[in-house]
Ligand binder design. Structure first.
Ligand code: FES
Length: 177
């Protein structure tokens, strides 16, 4: 009896080893083949080490950059940005996004406002303030240019981070820092 076991044990071990090796090869092959697909379906981390966050739509879904870049040049697309602030991102003629986004928060009393493509302005409906295409005040009562945030595309998604350098429109320290 014990001799039978002694004879069967090595045989079982070889079978188990073969099964293990076969499984390992299949798993390695599958992971190699599936990695690009998994990478496509699994979104990157929403909050990065540098505090930047991913842009989302009104339903809280991540927005693939290609979805925005498919829009016409000059589009101001409204998405949820830092601190969930609605933020306009801009499609450039070279197929990229403008490096800054414009926060949809009027510097007069905080109303949100639409982009008027015909007049190339942001126009606040509350008290008539107007801003140019880059968020500079064209007409008051708004006292300050619109707040900016940094925009970059990373792993096919749009990422926002605070703009703390000089305001590129004025060359001065931003009022929001
Ligand atoms: S809140 Fe925009 S003009 Fe007053």
């Amino acid at each position: 009896m014990s001799e039978n076991l002694a004879l069967e044990s090595p045989s079982m071990s070889r079978r188990q080893l073969l099964n293990f090796l076969t499984g390992a090869v299949v798993a390695t092959t599958a992971s190699t083949l599936l990695y690009p697909a998994a990478k496509f379906f699994i979104a990157p981390s929403e909050v990065s080490e540098d505090g930047s966050i991913l842009a989302k739509d009104v339903h809280g879904n991540l927005i693939p950059a290609k979805q925005i870049l498919a829009e016409p040049v000059g589009t101001r697309a409204l998405v949820a940005g830092l601190n969930a602030e609605p933020t306009y991102i801009i499609v450039e003629s070279d197929g990229t996004l403008h490096p800054w986004g414009i926060v949809d928060n009027c510097t007069h009393l905080g109303c949100t406002f639409p982009w008027n493509a015909n007049e190339n302005q942001f126009q606040c409906p509350c008290h008539g303030s107007r801003y140019d295409a880059e968020g500079r005040v064209v007409r008051g009562p708004a006292p300050l240019p619109l707040k900016l945030v940094k925009v970059k595309v990373e792993e096919e998604y749009i990422r926002f981070s605070p703009w703390i350098e000089n305001d590129p429109r004025t060359g001065e320290k931003p009022w929001w820092v």
